[in-house]
Write a protein that binds this ligand. Structure first.
Ligand SMILES: C[S@@+](CC[C@H](N)C(=O)[O-])C[C@H]1O[C@@H](n2cnc3c(N)ncnc32)[C@H](O)[C@@H]1O
Length: 253
């Protein structure tokens, strides 16, 4: 009962990038990522001191046992999670979808530069209405994407639809550290350092204020697992990284 009230309460809260905008969250998110696409990779690595690469690897390794041949990377952005999957899992094919043209343009440049066009293809696509058949993919991956969905439950349900029975989803997302001193250090860094550096280098100050605000309002840990179960995933699990700064969520269809 309390869990349902908690889930309902969280579903009512929507944090969008631009406070004064009348556009939907999805339109705002696509605009924001178009604005920051050219500096996204640089700032990602710089602001995380390169740790984002380690977290991506750790998350992708959750799929080592299932050896997926055919993968869908949702909210692929500039493609870094998919490139990590290619390196570690050596799939036959991976398709990346995203709602931001700007982010996909960078991903496409990287695909051509690395000569990976036979393995990795990117397309415009919305996680909440995926243009794929039911039961099409051995695995679905999402890094730092679910927090940006306009409708998380619809996104989780549609990703489940395109997974093959027995297929696995791996979700990497920021979470909220609970304990001293990581909690205090993280709050200071996320609320003060990151928005300031982000505003200087990305020329979109809203983007790096939206980051801590969206993490604060987003379900993590058991609350996120509850949403996955509600969407229909089984064998759900999560692992906290770096004292809870990030979490890896997995589930099976
Ligand atoms: C923080 S970036 C993550 C990119 C990449 N996965 C990575 O690990 O660097 C989030 C991405 O989610 C995309 N996104 C947000 N909502 C989406 C949706 N409903 N469907 C598809 N992509 C979405 C954004 O356009 C953006 O490129």
């Amino acid at each position: 009962m309390y869990l349902h009230i908690y889930i309902w309460y969280n579903m009512q809260k929507t944090v969008s990038p631009y406070i004064d905008s009348r556009a939907t969250k999805k339109e705002q998110v696509a605009n924001m990522f178009n604005n920051i696409s050219k500096t996204y990779d640089f700032l990602n690595h710089a602001l995380s001191l390169g740790i984002d690469t380690l977290w991506r690897k750790k998350a992708i390794k959750e799929l080592l046992n299932s050896q997926p041949k055919n993968i869908l990377d949702v909210a692929t952005g500039t493609g870094d999670f998919a490139f990590t999957a290619i390196k570690i899992l050596k799939p036959q094919r991976i398709i990346g979808v995203d709602i931001s043209k700007g982010m996909l343009a960078i991903a496409q440049e990287k695909i051509l530069k690395r000569r990976m066009e036979q393995i990795f293809e990117v397309r415009m696509g919305d996680s909440e209405q995926l243009l794929f058949n039911d039961n099409e993919f051995d695995a679905v991956t999402v890094a730092y994407g679910v927090r940006n969905f306009e409708n998380l439950d619809q996104g989780l349900a549609d990703m489940l639809r395109v997974l093959k029975p027995g297929g696995k989803i791996v979700i990497l997302e920021f979470s909220k550290p609970k304990y001293f001193p990581i909690k205090q250090g993280y709050n200071f860094y996320f609320n003060h350092v990151l928005p300031t550096i982000g505003a200087i280098f990305s020329k979109d100050s809203a983007a790096y204020s939206y980051l801590p605000e969206s993490v604060a309002a987003f379900p993590d840990g058991d609350s996120f697992i509850a949403r996955m179960i509600q969407a229909g995933y089984s064998n759900t699990q999560y692992k906290s990284l770096a004292g809870g700064i990030c979490s890896i969520y997995t589930g099976v269809k």
